[in-house]
Design a protein around this ligand. Structure first.
Ligand code: HEC
Ligand SMILES: [Cu+2]
Length: 474
């Protein structure tokens, strides 16, 4: 401990019930103030202390911090009622022989009140001088500059490792903008923490054995807490605003979109083009034209994901749980759709090619597919009836089945229904029977057996093809 800074002190009052404390300090002060004019008095009780405070008027009071018989409250009360400034120190002697100073300040009666109101009267914040404040600003300026430099370096590194795959769709653009903003924020906050940590470790490390006493105990800072609550709330609200803008952009509807029905199953993808009556195992898409994907699953939950397109959507089992996804490919090339939802043992192999081609190549592909299907509607209809499971319930040769046979059905005028009515079987009747089976139950057959979701499973074209097929079975 050093008393060098104490100027103009003539009278020193040391208060402690411990005689060693007083004598030790007295000797120390004598050593350090050699040649100066001063007087020291050591007192052992509260009463003596108060008495001398009033009658002797010391310039410096040193109180034994560990001495519980010294009532600081009474001391301060007396002090406040007076009107002169005085230096006060709270000091403790350690066994090692060192002296710990808990608080040391020049008090005026008005400040004294403050001093007492601090918890335990001890939690002082060191008063910073003008010079110290300048050097604090200097540290902040240097660290702030390093934070900015580090932010750009970290962000650059994050970008060079190419976290994001190719950007191959219009929907990927707003998403990548968000990603890039996120990387920038990550780089900034990483730098903010690490730079300040590293700077403090290096610049404020302990260079010598001196100054080993504990640092100031700082409890709470309302201003700081308000700031570090409001700023992150602002950032989060702003990010969610950007996020919803991006979401809206990825969902923008183009009425000219190519319709594709995506059917997922364990473990395959099937792509149907209802506008053309085509079914394919590869997803062909024309470049720069929106594709409107409608997703369903035949069994469990799957998820359609082409990383280069960024957007992703689940395919759910169930008639009313169709999900939609809009993708506008912007790059000609071959990609892969994978399932992004663990769906069973072969989940990892649930991949299908996604081929993005020019509009001309797309049309060529469509006509190629249509040629392969055939041009005769009845032949196609026979194929649809086969591939969609109709023939497991309906026979075409008059033999009995779960459902009525299709043989000789078309053209009948005496067709009996379960409600007793008699109808003629024409194209309109057949169409209703297929898309809305419960609207007209055939006499002698149960309701609710024929699946009711063929309207969504089959294209308009396919239904017409099947009707053409039934017409041939007279
Ligand atoms: C699980 C069995 C089942 C499957 C699969 C099925 N149906 Fe049916 N279907 C029935 C039953 C039972 C009826 C009679 C009750 C009724 O009218 O709904 C019926 C009735 C019909 C009728 C009316 C027949 C008549 O005599 O009036 C048509 C047409 C028909 N189904 C077409 C189809 C087509 C097309 C498919 C495939 C895309 C199909 N069904 C798949 C069970 C099935
Ligand atoms: Cu899957």
């Amino acid at each position: 401990m050093s008393f060098h800074q104490v100027d103009g002190v003539r009278r020193v009052l040391i208060a402690s019930a411990n005689p060693l404390f007083g004598r030790g300090l007295e000797r120390l002060i004598h050593q350090q103030w050699k040649g100066r004019q001063f007087e020291i008095r050591v007192v052992a009780t509260m009463e003596e202390t108060l008495l001398l405070l009033e009658s002797w008027l010391p310039d410096l009071v040193i109180l034994d911090y560990d001495d519980r018989s010294l009532d600081r409250k009474r001391f301060m009360d007396l002090f406040i009622s007076g009107n002169r400034a005085m230096q006060v120190m709270l000091v403790s002697l350690h066994e090692s022989g060192s002296v710990v100073v808990y608080d040391r300040r020049i008090l005026t009666p008005s400040q004294a009140e403050n001093w007492l109101s601090l918890p335990g009267s001890l939690d002082s914040q060191p008063r910073t001088s003008g010079k110290e404040r300048v050097s604090t600003m200097k540290h902040f300026a240097i660290a702030g500059f390093l934070v900015i430099v580090s932010t750009f370096v970290v962000n650059y590194l994050l970008n060079t490792i190419r976290i994001l795959p190719l950007q191959a769709s219009a929907q990927a653009q707003p998403i990548d903008r968000l990603f890039n903003l996120q990387f920038m924020l990550i780089a900034f906050f990483f730098s903010l923490i690490v730079v300040f940590l590293g700077y403090s470790l290096v610049v404020f490390r302990q260079r010598s054995k001196e100054g080993e006493e504990e640092g100031a105990y700082i409890k709470g800072s309302t201003g700081l807490e308000v700031v570090w609550t409001i700023i992150p709330i602002g950032i989060v609200i702003y990010l969610s605003y950007l996020g919803s803008l991006a979401l809206a952009e990825t969902r923008r509807v183009d009425p000219q979109a190519v319709e594709v029905k995506v059917v997922a199953g364990q473990w395959f993808w099937r792509f149907e083009y209802p506008q053309y009556g085509i079914v394919s195992n590869a997803l062909y898409l024309p470049v720069n034209r929106q594709a409107h994907l409608r997703l369903t699953s035949l069994d469990v939950i799957h998820s359609f994901w082409v990383p280069e397109f960024r957007v992703k959507q689940d395919a759910l089992p169930g008639e009313n749980l169709e999900r939609e996804l809009r993708v506008t490919p912007t790059m000609i090339g071959e990609f892969k759709v994978r399932c992004a939802e663990l769906c069973g043992t072969s989940h990892a192999y649930m991949e299908s090619p996604v081929v993005v081609v020019s509009q001309a190549d797309f049309e060529a592909w469509i006509s190629e597919q249509l040629a392969a299907i055939g041009t005769d509607p009845a032949t196609r209809g026979a194929k649809w009836a086969q591939t969609n499971g109709c023939l497991s319930c309906h026979s075409v040769d008059g033999s009995p089945g779960v459902g009525p046979t299709w043989k000789g059905l078309f053209g009948r005028t005496d067709h009996e229904l379960a409600d007793g009515s008699v109808v003629a079987v024409d194209e309109a009747y057949l169409k209703t029977a297929i898309v809305n089976p419960n609207a007209q139950i055939v006499k002698g057959f149960p309701a609710n057996v024929m699946p009711g979701n063929y309207q969504s499973l089959l294209s308009e074209q396919q239904i017409n093809d099947i009707i053409e097929y039934i017409k041939t079975l007279r």
